[in-house]
Design a protein around this ligand. Structure first.
Ligand code: GLY
Length: 426
């Protein structure tokens, strides 16, 4: 099969690694890819939102199967474009990707189908939101309705912060049109867990659990980022919690989407909070998480392409999803200053230290070749690399991952030093 993967970050590098291993693949392309993905796929310089060019490329190369990984093209309907052209495509259609694309939609869905989540109100109007804050309890959570690079969520400790937050989201439009609507949500406390699942619209298969570290600095300080590191599995996600979630959250979500005429095929990422009142949904994503994928897929035993085909073909019930009985930790190496402002274009050295090791992975996020000779690789983003190691248990995986962060260097390398600290509390 000729396969086209759409995307170009660390998540896509981990997906490309899984797909490239499949004996079903004749040729793997990635648009736009990055310097790491280029070792596994032929990268083509087409952006993820250039739908006409992507379709023309797929036709020219006789692509049999497309994987759309990032949120923006999913929400804008890239899967529909390929499907209308008769190309089998993994990922939710536009009418299902709304599960992530609109926080107000997802909250209303959960309320309608009794899926546990925090109490909330949706607002189209800034003044109405400000009036609501007069009698609200604090802390409180403000969420821009639309996609905002994972940054449109503000936790406000008091009324003044919340008033400033409403202005930022709805009046100053800090997150653009994502802030045309807003969800105001009760603040929940507990452990966060990320659970990725495959679904064909009827059956759901749950991958191993993970936990992300979203803040830029150690001890969960600093600004929200796309994710600074992950570990898998989460020791807090017990078999009892898993069973509860399958019955009360995962399957009901898939069934609710089907009932709404929005059958979802692809990956649903459940962002959960394990509260004193039981697990609740913090957020849905309509795609693989980043950097969750970088610790989940290295542990998966199945042929990734075969599982994705089963999602598209409606045969996921025939798949027995299996994971290694081990653990993985990913530490993100970022450009100092991320997520606000940072320099890029620095040479990355030491990447060859990962060659030939099957328990260490260096997933490229923001990288590019210096020139046509492809002899040098440069930093090209805020999150540059995701260094993952697997081990017999979480402690071993964390030790190995941090050791491996020393194998690579670039001028403004920055990382958190406490990824997986929660492991010691388990
Ligand atoms: N790591 C969180 C996300 O992918 O949105």
């Amino acid at each position: 099969m000729n396969v086209l993967l759409v995307g170009g970050g660390g998540r896509e590098h981990a997906i490309a690694m899984g797909i490239a291993k499949s004996p079903k693949v004749t040729k793997l392309y990635c648009a736009p890819g990055n310097a790491g993905i280029a070792a596994l796929a032929e990268c083509v310089n087409i952006g993820v939102m250039e739908f006409d060019k992507l379709l023309a490329f797929a036709k020219e190369k006789a692509i049999d199967f497309v994987i759309v990984a990032p949120d923006d093209p999913l929400a804008a309907g890239l899967v529909d474009v390929f499907e209308e052209a008769g190309i089998r495509t993994f990922g939710p259609r536009k009418n299902a990707a709304i599960l992530e694309g609109s926080k107000a939609f997802s909250k209303d869905l959960m309320k309608k189908y009794n899926i546990p989540t925090a109490a909330y109100e949706n607002f189209d109007d800034a003044q109405a939101a400000l009036d609501y804050l007069e009698t609200a309890q604090f802390p409180i959570v403000l969420k821009a309705d639309g996609l905002a690079l994972g940054k449109g969520v503000l936790i406000c400790m008091n009324k003044d912060e919340a008033i400033a937050g409403v202005k930022e989201i709805m009046q100053d439009k800090k997150f653009g049109t994502a802030g045309n609507r807003m969800v105001v949500e009760q603040f929940m406390t507990g452990r966060e867990v990320s659970v990725l699942t495959f679904t064909d619209g009827k059956t759901i298969r749950v991958m191993t659990s993970a936990q992300d570290h979203k803040r830029a600095k150690d001890n969960d300080e600093g600004l929200n980022t796309g994710g600074m590191g992950t570990f898998s599995p989460s020791p807090f996600y017990t078999p009892e919690i898993h069973d509860y979630c399958v019955k009360n959250i995962y399957q009901p979500t898939v069934d609710a989407m089907a009932k709404e005429g929005r059958t979802f095929q692809g990956v649903i990422f459940f962002g959960l909070m394990l509260t004193a009142d039981g697990p609740k949904v913090l957020e849905y994503n309509a795609r693989f998480g980043d950097p969750e994928t970088q610790v989940v897929l290295p542990r998966m035993k199945n042929d990734l392409l075969e599982v994705m085909e089963a999602c598209v073909d409606g045969t996921l019930d025939t798949i027995d999803l299996q994971f290694e009985d081990n653990a993985a930790v990913c530490v993100v190496l970022a450009s100092d200053g991320y997520p606000v402002s940072y320099e890029k274009g620095f040479e990355i050295t030491g990447l060859e230290n990962f060659d030939g090791k099957d328990d260490y992975f260096c997933f490229h996020a923001g990288t590019k070749f210096a020139d046509e000779s492809k002899s040098k690789i440069l930093t090209n983003g805020g999150r540059v690399l995701g260094v993952t190691a697997t081990g017999a248990n979480l402690k071993e995986a964390r030790k190995k991952a941090y050791e491996a962060t020393e194998w690579v260097n670039f001028a403004n390398k920055y990382m958190r030093h406490d990824i997986g600290k929660a492991i010691d509390e388990a």
